[in-house]
Ligand binder design. Structure first.
Ligand code: ADP
Ligand code: MG
Length: 272
């Protein structure tokens, strides 16, 4: 069973891309478990047919101790994709990272990530790993291939660099950095600094996705771009990305070498 974990700054396109990858893999005949790790519980909206989301945290609170089973957590998605959302506290009243850690403990307690049931588990993870809870999927049992989503903007690159630090921290757990996905804000942007950033942290750009209004139209319809516009360029890029990720041999991934903040700023300034 393969595990993929998508990380990146908030709003950068993780859920869009992770849900697209899950759908592409399911269409290729893979048995997919898609796990949303964001208190906003929006990762699986495009995958669950009626958009009705049940979260792990809601289920924990509505069940007595010992009553919780995997079928309480799993939502049946399109193309047979099984979906789980961690959920989390209301804004301002708790810790979303703790919700992710707790979800993963429950996964182990009741055997949610069953090797015999899935070919691929896709984690869509919030944030830039500064919080230990969101780093939980990088810990021992999961050993994912990590994909960092970023754009050409400094803040996204800054988050990406932090995530690379998180990956470096957990290398002993067989985590590897699969590469970057560049989700463009501006299709005419100069991407040279991002190519240099990838080189310098010892990784690669796996895919470059254009800003595409079809993505937002799909979102309004509660669909993935793969369902909404299967023949579009963007859908094609995401399908290709999904195949590349599955084929990638972790042994070929180099250990990341994140940059110092000043070096990153220089690089993004075109001086690196
Ligand atoms: P994240 O999960 O990283 O917070 P989302 O996947 O929810 O980010 O994307 C944030 C917003 O940006 C959504 O409204 C989504 O439709 C939009 N978006 C993401 N990628 C693209 C793209 N390539 N083109 C146009 N809109 C995009
Ligand atoms: Mg998201």
């Amino acid at each position: 069973m393969q595990k993929l974990a998508f990380y990146g700054k908030g709003g950068i396109g993780k859920s869009t891309i992770a849900a697209g990858v899950s759908m592409a893999l399911a269409r290729d005949g893979k048995r997919v478990l898609h796990v949303g790790c964001d208190p906003k519980h929006d990762s699986t909206l495009a995958l669950v047919p009626d958009g009705k989301i049940t979260t792990v945290i809601d289920q924990i609170f509505s069940k007595k101790t010992g009553e919780l089973r995997r079928e309480h957590l799993i939502m049946k998605g399109k193309h047979g994709i099984e979906c789980v959302e961690s959920g989390g506290p209301e804004a301002g009243v708790g810790c979303g990272g703790r919700a992710v850690s707790r979800m993963l403990e429950i996964f182990e307690e009741i055997g949610v990530v069953d090797e015999s049931l899935y070919d691929v588990v896709v984690f869509d993870v919030l944030g830039d790993v500064v919080c230990g809870g969101f780093a939980a999927p990088l810990r021992s049992a999961f050993a994912p291939k990590v994909v960092i989503v970023l754009s050409e903007e400094l803040a996204a690159t800054y988050a990406a660099n932090n995530i690379a630090k998180g990956v470096k921290h957990y290398l002993d757990n067989d985590v590897c950095l699969a590469g970057l996905v560049l989700n463009l804000r501006d299709n005419s942007a100069d991407i040279t600094p991002i190519q240099k950033f990838a080189d310098q942290i010892k990784t690669c750009i796996l895919a470059t996705i254009p800003r595409d209004k079809l993505v937002q139209q799909a979102e309004l319809e509660g669909e993935s771009i793969l369902q909404h516009a299967p023949d579009s360029q963007t859908a094609g890029i995401i399908c290709e990305l999904s195949r590349k990720l599955i084929a990638l041999d972790p042994a070929t991934c180099l250990d990341p070498e994140p940059l110092e903040l000043m070096d990153l700023r220089q690089l993004m300034h075109g001086k690196g």
